[in-house]
Design a protein. Structure first.
Length: 263
């Protein structure tokens, strides 16, 4: 199965379009005493991720660890175990890596991302080589989800105000995603991303590609805006509002039910 097929299988079997963040941060954990030893921090983060999957696996469709939180504290074997646990729950695993370099460097990263057990990764299009990277990712059996219109409002000057061939850059990126056969787009749910923006991207890329939509929860994004404009193949990403909830399982269940009531 390719990534889109894996996603659709998980979505239908789990009856969920939630992506849960796995971004452990000491400052956000309710700890009596913060460890300073690197090995203890590594073990703490690993256990946090495994418990989070156990608590949310029945209500989610995907996990999305961010490289910036897990790459250095965790070992390759720990990351493999995290992905195996996610797969045991029938989830897909997307590495939020924002890869973006020359082909040989990308090839090395993609090899190790595959070895770690991920199903897909996020990609930054600003090196221009979306088509090459998509080919490389697919050769490894990985999906490639391209940053298109991010939830960060600071992205506006690059992705909406900058122009390429007479169109906003986010539209140009969407056309490149379609032409490159990439697997999806990162499209934020926050205020600067409008209904019209979302509709435009979906119209350009077609119905099959997965929209990974961050910004719900702590960032104050609009679930309904995504659901009424982004089509069926969506991952609504929720990070801190589930990760650091007093009851992770309850928070995941409530978000799942809320979203399912809307869609």
């Amino acid at each position: 199965m390719n990534f889109i097929e894996k996603y659709e299988k998980a979505r239908d079997e789990k009856n969920s379009i939630i992506s849960v963040g796995l971004d452990p941060l000491l400052d956000n954990m309710k700890l009596k005493e913060k460890p300073t030893d690197i090995e203890k921090i590594s073990e703490l983060f690993f256990n946090f991720c495994m418990e989070l999957i156990d608590n949310t696996g029945d209500y989610a469709c995907a996990i999305k660890p961010n490289t910036q939180f897990i790459l250095f504290p965790l070992t390759l074997n720990q990351i493999k175990k995290i992905n195996k646990r996610a797969h045991d729950y029938g989830l897909v695993s997307v590495l939020d890596h924002k890869l973006g370099d020359i082909g040989s460097t990308n090839a090395s990263a993609l090899y190790w991302i595959k070895q770690a057990g991920f199903d897909a990764l996020t990609f930054s299009p600003f090196a221009g080589n979306i088509k090459e990277a998509t080919k490389q990712a697919h050769a490894q059996g990985l999906g490639l989800i391209c940053l298109t219109l991010m939830s960060n409002p600071d992205s506006v000057w690059v992705q909406k105000e900058a122009m390429s061939n007479g169109m906003p850059l986010y539209e140009k990126i969407a056309h490149e995603i379609k032409n490159s056969d990439a697997d999806g787009c990162v499209v934020g749910a926050t205020g600067h991303v409008t209904d019209e923006n979302i509709k435009k991207i979906r119209t350009i890329v077609g119905n099959d590609r997965v929209f990974l939509c961050p910004g719900i929860g702590a960032q104050g994004g609009d679930i309904k805006k995504i659901l009424r404009n982004a089509g069926k193949n969506i991952l609504i990403h929720i990070g801190r509002s589930i990760m650091y909830a007093d009851d992770q399982k309850k928070a995941a269940e409530e978000f799942c039910n809320l979203i399912n009531n809307y869609r």
